[in-house]
Design a protein around this ligand. Structure first.
Ligand code: SAM
Length: 213
């Protein structure tokens, strides 16, 4: 992700606290209060500019969506989408995913989406990959029993690494596709990166991984 410094981004995010929740630790175990219902909550880790979650929120009004993004200069575009769409079921957190268990309680989340996560190709950076075992353990802490990770990427190396990481962790793999856009998968919502890379002819890989305990 190429970052442009946007000095106004933080102010914009703060001004739209209805969508960009500024004190997420206060809602640990109480996210239903923010949404005003007990619908399932799905999060996207590394949501970027938010196109995927904006589309999912529109498509599935009975599911609550929360986008997690580290950089304010990036998430600001997702906040703008939330403001434009005025969807009650779409919220954003400008936080680091490594702290997820500070914001969500056990059993609070039904599904984790990972879309086009940074590949961190160097072996010495493997721990930073969002499919590294420590992250899988973190997601397990906040997911319901039998919760799932839905993962898409254009990066073959990261995909292969992640399949091994999921399997070694004991997750059950489902609906594995080595070419999502030429598969019979229905209702795919494209992310910004997905549009960019598939537009260049790259294949998109996808898998669902289910926690068994
Ligand atoms: N999911 C979007 C898409 O497909 O268009 C963005 C993909 S971009 C390659 C990966 C995003 O993940 C970046 O915006 C990056 O800042 C974010 N990210 C990486 N590590 C993160 C972390 N630990 N916590 C929160 N966001 C993270």
């Amino acid at each position: 992700m190429r970052l442009r410094h946007k000095p106004w981004a933080n102010d914009f995010i703060t001004e739209h606290s209805q969508y960009a929740i500024s004190n997420p630790e206060q809602y640990k175990g109480k996210w239903h209060e923010i949404f005003g219902n007990h619908n399932p909550i799905h999060i996207e880790v590394g949501t970027g500019k938010g196109q995927f979650l904006a589309g999912m929120s529109k498509q599935n009004p009975d599911i609550n969506y929360i986008g997690i993004e580290l950089f304010d200069s990036v998430i600001v575009a997702a906040v703008q989408k939330a403001v434009d769409l005025q969807l009650e079921n779409f919220k954003l957190l400008n936080v680091n995913a490594k702290d997820l268990s500070e914001y969500f309680d056990g059993n609070e989340i039904h599904r984790v989406y990972l879309n086009f996560s940074d590949p961190w190709p160097k072996v010495r950076h493997a721990k930073r990959r969002l499919t590294y075992k420590d992250f899988l353990s973190l997601y397990e802490k906040i997911l319901i029993k039998g919760g799932e990770i839905h993962f898409k990427t254009d990066n073959q190396g990261l995909f292969e690494y992640s399949l091994i990481s999921f399997s070694e962790y004991g997750l059950q793999l489902k609906y594995l596709s080595l070419d999502l856009h030429n598969s019979d998968f229905e209702g795919n919502i494209m992310t910004e990166y997905e549009e960019k890379f598939s537009g260049k002819g790259q294949r998109i890989y996808r898998v669902e991984a289910k926690y068994m305990n």
